[in-house]
Design a protein. Structure first.
Length: 381
């Protein structure tokens, strides 16, 4: 990534520049928060580092996972920005944003040294930047890198009780066969008793991905997330939602991500088309979900909620689906937008029946989704 340079000459400009630095590191910093940060600096000043830090953190940081990146940027930027004494002429400082990669050459370093103005370079690893970058801004190389990170995620939800029994030291049922076998060696006396208890098994995970035109910037990255889930564990089912419902579990089950994605693209005929969420969910409930596929399962719908169909039908099918699932999760990449409200008719109709409503715009959001699937986060987050 080519460096981006900013020039600062005053406390107000430095506050705005720091917000730009955070944006360059792919952190979400709305303009309203920048104004709050400027007001906070006007109250606490810029002399005390701790005061400035907490003013910035309380106004510019939205999510706990952004803190390591924020702390790194703050330590470098503000320590340098506040190094000038009050009686000195303020220096013009150039802020350089760059990512660490293997393509950096000595010529780039010499070009940076040619400038006589004070230069502050903030360096971030490519993975660190990619983790918080919006899926809609990904290129093909970044999608392939994201695939590796998604493959490392664990998609194990809370286990369910199995009908199969397992040995236990203090179970709820006596293991008669094992107890009698042991009694044979003791003259028929059951000196030692053995017990059993119900075993556990993984809950089925069902992923429903919206592949309509409005989801196109995010669907290509989310499809890689779905592929990683299908290939990484057992009892995972995957479907695409568009103008029709398409089961793509078999196509995505390959360990080769490129082959799996190619097979899925050939299978899905309505990619980047319209959206009939209600009709697709009705077919899913009638043919798979209510009949057993979704019973006691964790169902994840990845969609922006834009639906051309009847919102009442979508609400009715969401109600049917919630009755049989263990957890119903809706992942919306638009939720991260400042001031977002579920005003789309489809999203508004579905939301009352959703157990968890989470973001889905970045790798960090997918990591949070994995935590929700595992039952770490609270319901209806």
């Amino acid at each position: 990534m080519s460096p981006t340079r900013f020039v600062t000459t005053s406390a107000e400009q430095m506050a705005v520049t720091f917000a730009r630095v955070l944006r360059g590191a792919s952190l979400l910093v709305p303009i309203g928060n920048v104004l709050m940060f400027v007001e906070a600096l006007g109250t606490v000043g810029v002399e005390d580092r701790a005061s400035v830090y907490w003013a910035a953190r309380s106004t510019l940081v939205h999510k706990p996972e952004d803190l390591p990146l924020f702390d790194r940027a703050f330590a470098v930027f503000w320590d340098r920005a506040t190094s000038n004494t009050a009686d000195e002429e303020p220096d013009v400082m150039t802020i350089t944003l760059a990512t660490d990669d293997d393509s950096e050459t000595d010529d780039d370093a010499e070009a940076g040294e040619a400038n006589d103005d004070p230069t502050l370079t903030l360096r971030f690893s490519a993975m660190e930047v990619l983790r918080n970058k919006d899926f809609g801004a990904y290129d093909e190389a970044e999608l392939e890198m994201a695939q590796q990170l998604m493959s490392s995620l664990r998609f194990a939800g809370p286990p369910r009780r199995s009908f199969r029994l397992r040995s236990s030291s203090r179970g709820s049922r006596p293991d008669l066969r094992k107890t009698l076998r042991s009694a044979i060696g003791a003259g028929g006396e059951p000196i030692r008793r053995y017990w059993q208890e119900p075993g556990e098994r993984l809950r089925r995970l069902v992923l429903l991905l919206d592949v309509s035109g409005s989801m196109e910037p995010y669907a290509r990255a989310m499809l890689r997330f779905v592929q990683a889930a299908v290939a990484g564990r057992q009892r995972v089912e995957a479907f695409s939602l568009g103008t029709r419902l398409t089961r793509v579990t078999k196509e995505l089950n390959s360990r080769d991500p490129d082959l799996a994605l190619q097979q899925a693209s050939l299978r899905v005929q309505d990619w980047s088309g319209g959206t009939r969420l209600g009709e697709c969910l009705r077919r899913f409930n009638d043919e798979w979900g209510v009949r057993g596929l979704a019973r006691g399962a964790i169902v994840v719908i990845l969609s922006d909620g834009w639906d051309r169909g009847d919102p009442e039908l979508l609400g009715e099918q969401m109600r049917r689906l919630q009755r049989v699932t263990y957890d119903l999760i809706w992942v919306n990449p638009l939720k991260v937008t400042p001031g977002y409200a579920p005003l789309a008719r489809g999203m508004a109709a579905a939301l009352p029946y959703v157990d968890h409503f989470v973001e889905g715009h970045s790798l960090a959001a997918m990591e949070e989704l994995a935590s929700v699937i595992a039952g770490v986060s609270t319901r209806r987050s």
